[in-house]
Design a protein around this ligand. Structure first.
Ligand SMILES: [Zn+2]
Length: 166
């Protein structure tokens, strides 16, 4: 039995689960999807791509970033007001780019090793990864407009790169 109670919510996003229930924005159906999966999540109800938000752990990190999606990593903390304010914006971005973006949320106090490995000096910190490599990062609290433009640019860039590679 898979316990996905640790997958988190739009307000927090903590967890160490191996699979998370993802809700379809279109038909509201819940689909269970592994945190580390080669395939992008699709709604079991209507087949649409699902927003993908998962908890990040040291043990599962390499597997979690092994995905065709653009990876957005968020280092966050529940005591950081900026982190909590950012969470719903990030969930909206995950919904906007369902089928193209994977948001991995890492609670810094639960995974300090990942923080050290990625030279995290404060939260919130957002990191873009493609093909397992960090390609960009952003500290602090961008406005939702800035954040959206930043992510849109990377999603578009990622799409072009994937098209060229085929
Ligand atoms: Zn659906």
């Amino acid at each position: 039995m898979i316990d996905d109670s640790d997958c988190g919510t739009p307000a927090t996003g903590i967890g160490r689960a191996e699979a998370c229930s993802l809700q379809c924005p279109a038909c509201r159906f819940w689909s269970l999807w592994p945190v580390a999966a080669a395939e992008l999540p699709q709604c079991a109800g209507c087949g649409r791509p699902l927003p993908w938000v998962v908890p990040g752990t040291a043990a599962g990190f390499d597997a979690a970033i092994d995905t065709p999606a653009l990876v957005l990593v968020e280092f966050w903390a529940p005591w950081s007001g900026s982190s909590l304010a950012l969470a719903p914006q990030l969930h909206r971005l995950a919904a906007r780019h369902a089928g193209r973006l994977k948001l991995i949320k890492i609670e810094i106090d639960r995974e300090p090793g990942l923080g050290i490995l990625h030279r995290v000096t404060g939260v919130p910190l957002l990191m873009i990864m493609t093909d397992g490599e960090e390609v960009d990062r952003r500290h602090g609290s961008p406005s939702e407009g800035q954040l959206t433009r930043w992510i849109d640019r990377w999603v578009t860039h990622r799409g072009r790169t994937a098209a060229t590679a085929e």
